[in-house]
Design a protein around this ligand. Structure first.
Ligand code: SF4
Length: 405
């Protein structure tokens, strides 16, 4: 639906931020700033939320974030960090494909951001790339500036090339593997931030995981494909939990390996939550989401994965030229992701594992009519995975208790 009229009555449009403030709630300042350095991509992956899903806003965006916009973003980030007394922030250079911005433009962005923040605030800078353009010139730049590099790869050649293709249809496995091999060479290995893999049920979970392990990633992020109640993800059924089964198979392979071969963020976060600690990932748990996106034209948006819900879902009408990041913190759509249990649907609120699951990733909860106050479309999968991990932990604890008793 092109106009957003009906979304105005869906939750969280009705969320009264004034009332929240009266009740003592305070927003959590943004700590992670995702900068869309370039709005286009050199690949045409078939599941990409930027280009293939409901929101087509990228068509109106300039290709590259201009230097004037970068200056403004840098000033706004510094203003936000200063106003909230932060000692560190995280900057993620994103796209489209951020490396299309070019080496010198990327240097300019990182220098300006660090320059505005000054010595009192540490800026951890990461770039999330498809890996195809990861050449020596970029690697030298990233080594000089201490930029961590995350690469998207979907497993073995067959699984990767099924989706991660050029517009003309050719797979990119060989190019990404070559980029990764340059990254994991001794001179640059310390920059390797991890691999990001979108789950495809057609790929064997163990083959996929072991193919990723070949590159020795410090962290693997498995992403559920985008979907919601209006447009369920591929292979979704009313009664099954195919994504939960897929992830449980990887968990068993990872957890029972004789040595810890890598970190898998989703599993580590679930284990933390099961042990009563807060989550550090927006994919799971009830911690406030402290992430904001700046588009190439300087508009301030909510996290990008919302683009999968409906056209215009990420928009806030705010812009770094006119507005502070603080202004965004008081929008119902941003507050909705910072109020923990109060954002849950009735069914989630009475769910036994709600504190751990937190209804999953916010975009996966969307259903036209009710908006984002629903269980995740991956509800059965999350339940299956979390209870699977809980059972393994409980067995280990029981074993330890017996051994020490
Ligand atoms: S999405 Fe499902 S598993 Fe998660 S909290 Fe809601 S009801 Fe529970």
């Amino acid at each position: 639906m092109g106009d957003n009229a009906h979304h105005e009555i869906e939750w969280p449009a009705s969320l009264d931020v004034g009332k929240l403030l009266e009740s003592g709630w305070r927003p959590t300042p943004f700590r992670q700033f995702i900068l869309k350095l370039h709005s286009r991509c050199n690949l045409a992956c078939d599941y990409c939320y930027v280009y293939e899903m409901a929101d087509q806003g990228w068509r109106d965006q300039p290709r590259r974030m201009s230097k004037a916009t970068i200056d403004r973003v840098a000033a706004r980030v510094a203003e936000h960090a200063g106003a909230h007394g932060m000692d560190d922030v995280e900057i993620v250079l994103h796209g489209g494909e951020p490396l299309l911005a070019g080496v010198e433009h990327t240097r300019y962005a990182v220098d300006r951001l660090r320059g505005e923040l000054g010595g009192g605030v540490t800026a951890t800078v990461r770039v999330q790339t498809n890996g195809v353009l990861l050449n020596q010139a970029f690697l030298r730049l990233f080594a000089e500036l201490g930029v961590q590099v995350g690469v998207s790869m979907d497993g073995d050649r067959e699984g990767h090339d099924r989706h991660r293709r050029r517009a003309k249809g050719t797979g990119t496995y060989t190019e990404v593997r070559d980029g990764l091999e340059r990254l994991i060479a001794p001179a640059y290995r310390h920059l390797f931030g991890g691999l990001l893999c979108t789950i495809d049920l057609a790929s064997d979970p163990i083959v996929t995981y072991e193919a990723l392990l070949e590159f020795g990633p410090p962290v693997v992020d498995f992403l559920l494909p985008h979907g919601n109640w209006d447009t369920p993800p591929p292979g979704w059924t009313e009664t099954g939990s195919p994504y939960g089964d897929w992830l449980a198979a990887v968990f068993d392979r990872w957890y029972h390996a004789p040595v810890r071969e890598t970190q898998i963020r989703l599993f580590s976060e679930i284990i933390r939550l099961l042990l009563g600690r807060p989550s550090r990932s927006e994919a799971i748990g009830l911690s406030p989401v402290a992430v904001v996106v700046v588009e190439t034209d300087g508009s301030i948006e909510q996290v990008d994965t919302l683009k999968s819900a409906y056209d215009g879902a990420t928009g806030t009408m705010l812009h770094v030229l006119r507005d502070t990041f603080d202004t965004a913190l008081f929008l119902p759509s941003v507050a909705a992701r910072q109020i923990g249990e109060q954002a849950l649907s009735e069914r989630c609120a009475s769910c036994a594992i709600a504190r751990v699951c937190g209804a999953g990733l916010y975009p996966h909860r969307y259903r036209s009519g009710t908006g984002f106050r629903n269980p995740s479309v991956f509800c059965r999968d999350l339940y299956r995975l979390i209870t699977h991990i809980r059972r393994h932990l409980a067995e280990d604890v029981a074993h330890l208790t017996r051994a020490s008793g």
